[in-house]
Design a binder for this molecule. Structure first.
Ligand code: GLU
Length: 395
């Protein structure tokens, strides 16, 4: 039978982060000693107190379908978390639990974006935002930022990008891939612009909230004039080393939460029962329980910045959060090394994979074609060896 995929899937780019991780896995399976620094995935085990809650849930026979929007007890725990960490007053009817923050984002965009609506993305942005917008038949519109402004946009840039077609702006702090963290003051200045445009919604992706090295986290919805039109997305993957458990959540105006529940009810239904029970334990625990991981990331961050900074042609910002560095490597574009010509960041990332056996992700996928993303959510040994291999491959 002839292959007849839809135009929708044919025009959808594969997730660059997952594609690179798959490529690295494939090489590993062939016996190649690849160091995977492509995926944003903590190398820690899920803490025991969370695992115990999951085991308890299995033994207590939490095995049935879950409510589409999540267990009531989990939604209450999420409200307590929003209050404790973000001073946000959400009620359980404003919360939707999903299969990862990625699904929370997809739900939000599907329920708000009509064909032809513009969605503003601050480049560099996480790879899947633009694809998710395109799936909703919206137009991803990039607002460009670079290393000179620490990958942040100014209120003037935001205002210039707004048109009558703008329906949503997606913000992400701490940022994947740049690690930049917006201060309260910077967010208030962006909000002052948005106050003039009451029909624009704000999707605030805060999944890296706790992976923060000193700039206090500020939730966009904390700004009173923004609360009623901000959708706050978070999850347990990054802070609690629970990537595979797939639990994300959204806090939003009730009418949006209801729409997300309706959307999810037709696609995946409620998120996994055991993972939801484990998430209650994670969110109710004091943040001090996961501080050791953040401290370790901070140490690795210092080290990788030092090591990469010493390589010719690597221009780095100082990430204040998340666990990525995002060097500008355009110095190498147009050069031929060991017989291979590097025209762009994708060639560069491929070169590192083939020559140094180090997996990274091209900045093109994040809307910044001069850069590559390197995750330091890996052991210090792997980080040090990876940088050494990169250096050797480039000299
Ligand atoms: N968000 C992580 C990353 O950027 C996980 C992979 C993905 O879902 O894109 O690496």
């Amino acid at each position: 039978m002839k292959e007849a995929l839809s135009n929708r899937i044919n025009s959808l780019p594969a997730s660059a982060t997952l594609a690179m991780a798959a490529k690295a896995r494939e090489l590993k399976n062939q016996g190649v000693n690849v160091i995977g620094l492509s995926l944003g995935e903590p190398d820690f085990n899920t803490p025991d107190f969370i695992k115990e809650a999951a085991i308890q849930a299995v033994n207590d026979n939490f095995n049935s379908y879950t409510p589409v929007d999540g267990y009531g007890e989990l939604k209450e725990a999420i409200c307590r978390k929003f209050k404790r960490d973000n001073l946000l007053d959400y009620s359980p009817s404003q919360i939707v639990v999903s299969t990862g923050a990625k699904q929370s984002i997809a739900n939000a965009i599907q329920v708000l974006i009509n064909p032809g609506d513009d969605v503003l993305l601050v480049a560099p942005y996480w790879v899947s935002y633009s694809a998710i917008v395109v799936l909703a038949e919206g137009n991803p519109i990039e607002i460009y930022s670079d290393i000179k402004t620490d990958f942040k946009i100014t209120p003037e840039q935001l205002e210039k990008a707004i048109t009558p077609k703008t329906k949503m702006v997606v913000i992400n702090s701490p940022n994947n891939p740049s690690g930049s963290v917006y201060t309260e003051e910077e967010y208030r200045a962006l909000a002052a612009v948005l106050e003039k445009y009451p029909d624009i919604y704000i999707l605030s992706d805060e999944i890296y909230e706790h992976i923060n090295y000193g700039v206090p986290h500020f939730s966009f919805a904390q700004i009173p004039s923004m609360f009623d039109r901000t959708l706050t997305v978070n999850g347990v993957a990054k802070a609690f080393a629970m990537t595979g458990w797939r639990i994300g959540y959204l806090g939003a105006p009730e009418w949006i939460a209801k729409a997300c529940t309706k959307m999810q009810g037709q696609i995946t239904s409620g998120a996994n029962c055991i993972a939801q029970r484990a998430t209650i334990a994670a969110l109710d625990a004091p943040i001090s329980k996961i501080q050791f991981m953040v401290d370790e990331f901070a140490t690795r961050r210092e080290r990788i910045i030092d090591l990469l900074g010493a390589i010719e042609g690597f221009v780095l910002n100082q990430p204040k959060g998340a666990f990525y560095v995002f060097p500008d490597v355009s110095h190498y574009f147009g050069k031929t090394i060991k017989g291979k010509t590097i025209e762009n960041a994708s060639d560069f990332a491929l070169y590192l994979l083939e020559e140094a056996h180090v997996a990274t992700v091209t900045g093109e996928a994040f809307g910044c074609p001069n850069n590559i993303r390197i995750s330091y959510a890996a052991s210090m040994k792997d980080i040090e060896e990876a940088v050494q291999r990169i250096q050797q491959a480039l000299t």
